[in-house]
Ligand binder design. Structure first.
Ligand SMILES: CC(=O)N[C@H](C=O)[C@@H](O)[C@H](O)[C@H](O)COP(=O)(O)O
Length: 507
């Protein structure tokens, strides 16, 4: 490998290309950027234009990738399209000359550009956009390949670097420079881990106009999202709650019994009717539903709760009625997020387990709500206690009523708690059976995720004495394995508060 390439092996190369015609578009400023970069860990430079290149060459002997950008009427090729450009760059002191090597209409063939660069005693860098172009360039004998052009040959500009292309190009055996949309240090490090010979970073270091826009746009989006309340709904098996939500505050709410005998179209109509009075008062729209939502489609997890047919297009159905996109989540996932942001979690990693008519859950780990591949992450009630027996059938509110009935007491879950409080042994025994199963679940979840806290909610989970039963069963565990149980703080509002916040974040 040439000495020049060796000098920035596994290192940062800083592209110092001001925004054309911007206030920093002057050779003095380019030299300033270049020297600042070299003084701070940059090992090479990428410089556009002859005047800039000459000025920088006079200021440093660091390796320079030179290029000339042109806007041609007859070709989309912008980077070093002509042989004269190659000669001028060689003359001005570039060590490496970069040229567009994409497979598009061009004034000069890639082979000729490559030959000319090397004839001037310089290294040829092929800026490519596909693996086929990389292969063709390597076959022509270029010295180094850059992923520079990926994402810039048509279609919308992606937001991430093209790491799959980098990884594939590295396998061709020629040095590859990762370039294009590397915005944060972690991406630069990942490029090196993928085998890049060097990493070119431009905009994120030397285009303050772009960087300022990134910040200003993100702030503007957050401002717009928090300027108005969100509309959120929680569609469950027994009730449909629709609310205007401002942060963690329910401004107004409307509720209706969910008619299980109707179908999803009717449930969507109900949501739209309940939201109608607030039409112009909300920004984002978020929804929490029982069952699983993935890519805007809704399916039942437990048809006993609400008999939704598989893959109902819920996002479309609601957007048609509400006139705006709706961000959807499973209800327990949304509640987990609500508790994480505004409730018992207070920003700590948590597992949320709601023991109610059924059992649901959600996980927020590392500040992210886990939704999973298909949307079912956190559905702890459906984990199998023994083959074919979902855990919730042995611990939920439904279980309490069934177990009571089997003992000759035709009562609901609250009545089981009341009987236990009166000292009736049969009721305590039923609660103990549920708590045995739920405590085992919490112990397993601690081992799987090791969250900071375990938030327990739901009518059963929050009923008098239930948490104490769980604590008693976990008391023997050593501190590092023992779940830190907290009572859910948002109650029945957790779903709408979480759904509203999740929607606000996607604006
Ligand atoms: C596509 C194209 O014309 N890229 C140019 C190539 O020299 C420059 O405008 C980029 O700034 C450079 O590639 C570095 O990329 P980023 O600024 O994303 O770090």
């Amino acid at each position: 490998m040439s000495d020049c390439l060796q000098r920035f092996a596994s290192s940062l190369v800083v592209s110092c290309q001001p925004v054309p015609e911007g206030p920093l578009d002057h050779p003095d400023q380019v030299v300033g950027f270049a020297l600042a970069a070299l003084a701070s860990g940059g090992r090479g430079l990428r410089i556009e234009g002859i005047a800039n290149l000459k000025a920088v060459r006079a200021a440093t002997d660091a390796p320079i990738i030179g290029l000339i950008k042109r806007d041609l009427d007859t070709s989309p090729i912008r980077i070093t399209p002509f042989l004269d450009d190659v000669a001028a760059l060689a003359e001005a002191g570039a060590d490496i000359i970069a040229f567009d090597a994409t497979d598009r209409v061009r004034p000069v063939a890639v082979a000729e550009l490559c030959k000319a660069v090397q004839a001037h005693g310089k290294l040829a860098m092929a800026d490519i956009s596909t693996i086929e172009e990389a292969k063709a360039a390597v076959a022509l004998g270029v010295d180094v390949v850059g992923t520079t052009m990926s994402g810039y040959t048509g279609g919308p500009e992606p937001s991430d670097p093209d790491f799959p292309l980098l990884a594939a190009a590295v396998r061709l055996g020629r040095p590859v420079i990762a370039e294009g949309r590397i915005r944060v240090p972690e991406q630069a490090a990942e490029a090196i881990r993928l085998g890049a010979h060097g990493v070119v970073v431009g905009s994120a270091i030397t285009r303050p106009e772009h960087i300022t826009h990134w910040f200003a746009d993100a702030i503007a989006a957050a401002r717009a999202a928090s300027a108005r309340p969100s509309l959120a709904f929680d569609l469950g098996g027994t009730k449909t709650l629709v609310a205007l939500v401002d942060g963690d505050r329910i401004v107004e709410a409307n509720e209706r019994t969910t008619d299980r005998h109707l179908d999803p179209d009717d449930w969507c109509d109900a949501i739209a009717e309940l939201a109608a009075p607030w039409q112009s008062r909300y920004g984002a729209i978020g929804g929490a539903v029982t069952g699983v939502v993935h890519a805007g489609r809704w399916s039942a997890l437990n048809p006993g709760t609400l008999p939704v047919s598989a893959n109902y297009p819920l996002a479309d159905a609601l957007e048609r009625r509400l006139g705006r996109p709706v961000v959807l989540h499973n209800d327990a996932q949304a509640a987990a997020w609500g508790e994480y942001r505004f409730g018992a979690g207070a920003g700590r990693d948590l597992l949320f387990v709601t023991v109610s008519t059924g059992i649901g859950g959600g996980a927020v780990i590392g500040g992210r709500l886990l939704t999973g591949r298909g949307g079912v992450a956190g559905s702890v009630g459906l984990t199998q206690e023994t083959a074919g027996v979902p855990l919730e059938t042995l611990a939920s509110g439904r279980f309490l009523a069934d177990a009571a009935a089997a003992l000759g007491h035709a009562v609901d879950a609250p009545a089981v708690f009341a009987a236990a409080a009166r000292g009736e042994a049969w009721a305590s025994a039923v609660l103990d059976r549920s708590a045995d199963v739920a405590a085992r679940l919490l112990q397993n979840l601690q081992l799987l995720f090791d969250p900071a806290i375990m938030v327990v909610g739901g009518g059963v989970g929050l009923a008098d004495g239930y948490r104490a039963r769980l604590e008693a069963r976990l008391a023997h565990l050593p501190p590092h394995l023992k779940p830190e149980i907290r009572a859910a703080a948002l109650g029945k509002s957790a779903g709408v508060i979480g759904a509203a916040d999740l929607a606000r974040r996607t604006l």
